[in-house]
Design a protein around this ligand. Sequence first.
Ligand code: FAD
Length: 236
Amino acid sequence: MEDLSFIPNLLNGPLDVYRDTSSFDWKRLKLALEGDIQLLRLKYKIWHTLENDPLFAHNIVTPPVEEQKRITQMQLQKINQYKFLTDEIFNAGYMKRTRTLMTINEAVQSLAPSVSVKMAIGIYLFSNAILSLGTERHRQFYEATIKDRKYVASFALTEIAHGSDAKLMRTTSTYDPKTKEFVIHTPDFEAAKCWVGNLGKILCDILFFALFFHSLEIISEVFAFFSLSSYNARNV
Ligand SMILES: Cc1cc2nc3c(=O)[nH]c(=O)nc-3n(C[C@H](O)[C@H](O)[C@H](O)COP(=O)(O)OP(=O)(O)OC[C@H]3O[C@@H](n4cnc5c(N)ncnc54)[C@H](O)[C@@H]3O)c2cc1C
C-alpha cells in the first residue's frame, strides 16, 4: 500500500465523532479520485509552498481591482519561479505533461483562482494553440512558454456577436504583397474582439484569430497570428 503520510491529517473538531465511524480511509479515497500518487504529491507540494508564501496570503479586505490585478501578476511570476513543472515532466511526453499542467492549475485554482485563469489562457491555451496550429519552427515558442515561462499571451478569438462558433468570425486579415504586411480589419462593432484575457494591463504577446484573405480571396477559414514582444513578428 502506498504511503499517504504526506497528506496532513484533518484538524480535530466536532465532526470527529462522525469521522471515527467511517468505514473507509478518506486518504485512500482521495488518492482514488486523483488517480495518481505523484500528482497528488505535487498538489500537496504546491499547496504547502503557496501557503508558506506571504504573497499568496488571503486578504481580509478585498483590495481595489487595480491592486488585485497587480497582486495576481506578481503571483504568476512567483509561480513561474517555483518551476512546479520539472524538465523531466516536460520531456515525458504530451499526455503526462498535459495531465501535470492540469494538476498544477487545479492546485493553484483552489488557492488563487485569478492566477489560475491567467495561466490557463496566457500560458496553456496559447501554447497548445501554437502546438496544434503551428509548424516545426513554432515549437521553440511552445517550449519558451510552457517550460521557460518567457511569454504570457492573450488569446483574441471571441468577437462581440459570436463566441462558441469560430466560423462566424468576421475580422479579416488581408495580405498586401507590396508592403508584405497583413492588414487587420474589423468591419463593424459586432466583429470587435472581446473577452481578450490578460490584454488590459500586462500584455505584450498576443495570439490573434482572423479570416485570411489574399487579393480578396479567402485562403483559410480561420488564421492565427501571433506577435511576441521580444521577437520580430516578421520572422514568425
Ligand atoms: C471569464 C471569461 C474569460 C474569457 N476569456 C477569453 C479569452 O481570453 N479569449 C477569447 O477569445 N474569449 C474569451 N472568453 C470568451 C468565451 O470563450 C466565450 O464566452 C465562449 O466561447 C462562449 O461564447 P459566447 O459568450 O458568445 O456565447 P455563445 O456562443 O453566444 O453561446 C451562448 C449559449 O448558446 C450555446 N450555443 C452556442 N452555439 C451553439 C450551437 N451551435 N448549438 C447548441 N448550443 C450552442 C452555448 O453553449 C451557450 O450556452 C472568455 C469568457 C469568459 C466568461
